[in-house]
Ligand binder design. Structure first.
Ligand code: AMP
Ligand code: ZN
Ligand code: FE
Ligand code: FE
Length: 271
């Protein structure tokens, strides 16, 4: 029995709803999934409810972005207490930060002669977490650019004239937040981090697992992370990082999975 422990929904930047994810997971024979949207837990409850109906185990999760010297890293948090107010307050703070930042990017675009309405960007983002892909889509609608890629290449890609970085946590803060909310912090897709990470500092901060299996990892790289996790006593996790059709990420649901025993490992670890 296999589990896909890294999945996005329309509650962040995925294109399938939590319910759709659950039926798809069931139809391809997965026994368990984790919903791990960016900076939000909103997809968890609907997925758990749908999972109960279809007899599919749904593990609460989240993916937090953090900033360190080598760039952006992502920390997955599993089995977080959905009712922990302090954690939920932090998440709304992140959301407000994204709104303020979007307004700044729109101002910068205006300085470059491009007019985009904030409300339109908000509309496009729907229930998802407001970000540059939505801004790119709004720009595309105005006809000022020919593709969303052009928006990134010319205006809103990292370091481009209308780019504004968003508020980010340090990896240690992200780990501590997750632990304080009763969750299990796991380093997401370590192979996507620019400089090879030595997880020692993250382990000291309370990291509990390493996502060894991910579409961005070659077989060799996954094997390397499995060895590293074993040597460091970390839980070995994995998932597809599925975002649904139409997203730039090209994987399919269930492309990377782990045995369901990993779910038990996470449960045993959760405080
Ligand atoms: P944000 O969280 O608002 O900074 O947006 C990040 C998202 O924008 C990423 O998940 C990608 O989907 C997209 N993105 C970032 N940089 C680029 C780029 N150079 N080309 C295309 N998409 C990008
Ligand atoms: Zn995403
Ligand atoms: Fe990620
Ligand atoms: Fe992800």
């Amino acid at each position: 029995m296999r589990a896909d422990l890294h999945i996005h929904t329309t509650c962040s930047d995925g294109t399938k709803s939590p319910e759709e994810i659950v039926s798809l997971a069931k139809s391809i024979g997965l026994a368990a999934i984790a919903i791990t949207d960016h900076d939000t837990l909103e997809g968890v409850e609907p997925a758990v409810t749908a999972g109960r109906r279809l007899n599919l185990e749904v593990i609460p999760g989240i993916e937090l972005s953090a900033e360190c010297d080598s760039g952006e890293i992502h920390i997955l948090g599993y089995l977080i207490d959905l009712n922990q107010q302090e954690f939920l307050d932090k998440l709304s703070l992140f959301r407000q930060g994204r709104i303020d930042r979007m307004k700044k990017m729109i101002d910068k675009l205006r300085d470059h002669g491009l007019e985009v309405q904030f409300n339109r960007v908000l509309e496009i983002s729907g229930s998802g977490s407001l970000g540059r892909p939505h801004l790119a889509a709004a720009l595309l609608e105005t006809g000022a650019i020919k593709s969303t890629q052009e928006a990134f290449d010319r205006f809103i890609g990292n370091g481009k004239p209308a780019y504004v970085p968003r508020f980010k946590l340090s990896p240690e803060e992200a780990i501590q937040l997750i632990r304080a909310a009763g969750g299990v912090p796991v380093l997401a897709h370590p192979g996507m981090i620019e400089s090879t990470p030595t997880p020692d500092e993250l382990i000291t901060a309370g990291l509990a697992g390493l996502e060894a299996y991910h579409p961005a990892h070659s077989r060799e790289l996954s094997a390397y992370y499995v060895r590293l996790a074993r040597a460091k006593g970390l839980i070995i996790t994995g998932g597809s990082d599925y975002h649904g059709p139409g997203h730039t990420g090209r994987c399919r649901l269930g492309s990377d999975t782990v045995p369901c025993e990993v779910v038990s490992d996470l449960r045993k670890y959760a405080p």
